[in-house]
Design a protein around this ligand. Structure first.
Ligand SMILES: NC(=O)C1=CN([C@@H]2O[C@H](COP(=O)(O)OP(=O)(O)OC[C@H]3O[C@@H](n4cnc5c(N)ncnc54)[C@H](OP(=O)(O)O)[C@@H]3O)[C@@H](O)[C@H]2O)C=CC1
Ligand SMILES: CC(=O)N[C@@H](CCC(=O)OP(=O)(O)O)C(=O)O
Length: 307
């Protein structure tokens, strides 16, 4: 059976990558609005009411508007924006964390943020297993390729070829913190230090752990073993056993919908560095949206993904 899909915001960075992952698949037929109509409220509303699925690849206000427009229709929504990630009634679209069945049966799915995908993948299973405390003030140090900021940041980095590093979120209160706290099951918000580097895509999310000072925290080998058991059999999440000399992001990175998790530990078990490497536009956005869409349509979760 073919399902119809409307990508609202199809001309944007995330929307284009979702369309690429759906291209040539007989299970989905895209509803496309031409350039003159793609922002017209009446055209969007008509498309939302005609579609089986809609993927919102919009800024938060336009995403909220789309959800309102969809009222009274049968459409099932995956929202890539931040608008509904901690909203009651919405399912957080991270099947490995909330369960595949929850996503498969949902009518409203909030696609995770790119940085939270790395943080939650690392921390949520460990908190649940009681191997690290839920009441610890975690720190999240992360770098992202500039496509993470959409068309505006892409243009800025490509116009100004001289930016080597952009630290931001310096006033704290980044929009990703609430979902990190909620999905990881933490009693205090993590301290988040994001930055952008002059590569188009790719990200590294690191959570440094002073294990010796953390009440009840397990040793690095036990943390790695727990993550490996938690994600065993996942075609998307890989827990790496190796300790490379260095972790590199390359400007030439191809689209990739997987995520690699590492636990690096000090010999005396006093410290660990949890690291997630992913593609902000892959498992961090478009790949995750297509994974959820697959599950919602009753299809294999990796169909169309770049793994
Ligand atoms: N980029 C990434 O790595 C990630 C992005 N996201 C989220 O996904 C969403 C989309 O981001 P991204 O693709 O990067 O952003 P872009 O800016 O690249 O794309 C947004 C698109 O929405 C279009 N648009 C703006 N207003 C309207 C409207 N009223 N109706 C219809 N279309 C509209 C824009 O049009 P125009 O082309 O004319 O500007 C643009 O094509 C955001 O909420 C973002 O935070 C989430 C995770 C990662
Ligand atoms: C590099 C960069 O600017 N990244 C964006 C987040 C990208 C993203 O995940 O957007 P959503 O929160 O809508 O999911 C930022 O920090 O605002």
């Amino acid at each position: 059976m073919t399902s119809t899909v409307f990508i609202d915001g199809a001309a944007g960075t995330t929307g284009l990558e979702i369309a690429e992952r759906l291209a040539g698949r007989s299970e989905f037929e895209l509803i496309v609005l031409d350039d003159a109509r793609r922002k017209l409220p009446e055209a969007r509303k008509e498309a939302l009411h005609a579609a089986d699925f809609a993927v919102l690849c919009l800024h938060d206000d336009a995403a909220r508007e789309a959800v309102e427009m969809a009222e009274g229709s049968k459409v099932r929504i995956v929202d890539a924006s931040t608008a509904h990630r901690v909203t009651p009634g919405w399912t957080y679209g991270f099947p490995e964390i909330v369960g595949r069945e929850a996503v498969a049966t949902a009518g409203r799915v909030a696609n995770p943020g790119c940085y939270p995908t790395g943080f939650i993948a690392l921390i949520a299973p460990l908190v649940r297993a009681g191997l690290v405390p839920a009441d610890w003030p975690y720190t999240v140090n992360a770098v992202s390729g500039y496509s993470g900021g959409g068309k505006a940041l892409i243009e800025r980095f490509e116009d100004d070829g001289d930016i080597a590093f952009r630290g931001y979120g310096l006033a704290m209160g980044h929009k990703h913190v609430p979902e990190m706290q909620k999905l990881a099951g933490l009693s205090v918000p993590p301290l988040f230090a994001p930055a952008v580097i002059p590569a188009h895509r790719g990200m590294v999310v690191e959570v440094p752990l002073p294990l010796g000072a953390m009440p009840g925290a397990a040793a690095p080998d036990a943390l790695r073993a727990e993550l490996a058991a938690y994600y065993a059999g996942s075609p998307i999440v890989t827990v790496r056993e190796d300790v490379p000399d260095e972790l590199l992001l390359r400007r030439s990175m191809e689209p990739w919908d997987g995520i690699a998790l590492y636990v690096f530990g000090a010999g005396d078990d006093s410290q660990a560095r949890l690291v997630a490497v992913l593609d902000n536009l892959g498992k961090g956005a478009s790949g995750a949206a297509v994974q959820s869409l697959n599950l919602m349509a009753g299809l294999p979760e990796t169909a169309g993904l770049r793994l």
